[in-house]
Design a protein around this ligand. Sequence first.
Ligand SMILES: [Mn+2]
Length: 479
Amino acid sequence: MGASMQSARLYLLKKPNARGIEEKITLKYSCKDAESRQRIYKATSLGSATTVTPGITAQEYADRRAKLAASLPDNAIAILTSSDTKYRSGAVFYEFHQEPNFLYLTGFNEPEAVVVIEKGSGEEYNFHLFLRPKDARAEQWDGARSGEQAALDVFNADEVLFLRGPLTTYTDEYEVRRYIAKCSGLGRFFRNQDAPPNDFQVMIKGSKVKPLNPLMHELRIRKSEAEIANMRMAGKISGRAFTNAMRRRWTKEKDLGAFLDYDFKIGGCEASAYIPVIAGGRNALSIHYVRNNDILKDGEIVLVDAGGEYGGYIADITRSWPINGKFSDPQRELYEAILRVQRSSVSLCRESANMTLDKIHEVTEHGLKDALKQLGFDVSGDAIQTLFPHHVGHYIGLDVHDCPGYSRSVPLKTGYCVTVEPGIYVPDDERWPKHFRGIGIRIEDSICSAALVTCPRLTPGKAAQPQNLSLANLTPTSA
Ligand SMILES: [Mn+2]
């Protein structure tokens, strides 16, 4: 243990437990080697302009880390763990999906890695990337690993430490183990080690632990130009896939879902951003209907909530259209009412409007209530909460619900990306006009401040024939 015993804060991103509760752990802190905290971050000459992930350069990743470091107080460290491979059963694994904060800071898309950002005083900080070493045998089975050199060159790590090798100096020290047991990704650095405590363990021992998420959200909430370009790309590709889907006739939810997934990928997205909702008829009354295995019936509407992912950034779109290409009168009336409200709510998503998502929700709810009243609905009491039971929107970005937990009562600024998704779902209940019962319609676009990510030119007035239904001119016609 060194001479300079100091108190410090440890910012730890913990995976919330099943109930979503973050545990608070108190550990002591001391720093053995003051010099080790004096290293100044230097981007390597290699690769600062290189894109690490689509559209995002090594320099932008470095800037993000610098911003995080700048938001930490002196003598603090931030620890983030990558996602682990998740198994469906036995050796059958799910598609790997990197932990979004980890991806945001590194662009590193492999499991079993840890980032430590160590903040000394002033603007100095160290960026450590712990990762799996190159291993020819493992790579023969599981695919290529980046390894040490890539970490230094591409990810601009100051110092790379391996899971094996240098890390054998980590210990089985009881307090650290107990702490580690609650933090899965870090466990591998500390288990089964017999050596005396190393600098790192000594340093985090006794440290006060604080959640990292609030600091990450402040970084992630406002998108950079490169991020917006990625979201625009995801929106453009996804929008095209919707248009292509609308041009065809579908008889099964499953087939329509498969087509969209295919078209997102063929169009240039990496994958679907989330499990879609492909809901024919009454299935649309269940907001998170994802069985997607029913028959699509003539005369009904299909509600499709889906989107692709580009460079890790998602698009979130919902369209509701008549399965046979022609709206019935009640379907058209309801659709047009929601469309009008949606378009006016979208226009509020700009910094100059000084609106929050909560405020836009209020305005939307009001607009829907008025429209429903005109259509003959009794909107007294809690009617609108039954017919429009969800919030009008959420933040989007690397996550479908980006910056989860970030307040919806902060004014939208340029660079904030959100969805606007009013919907009306009329239960089979005598309380509601008979001809509207069983109809569920939602219209959702992804919006970046004033700009529309998904370019939804929903122009009323154009006739929509089954063969030319598209995002650009989906306007109801009577049957
Ligand atoms: Mn959404």
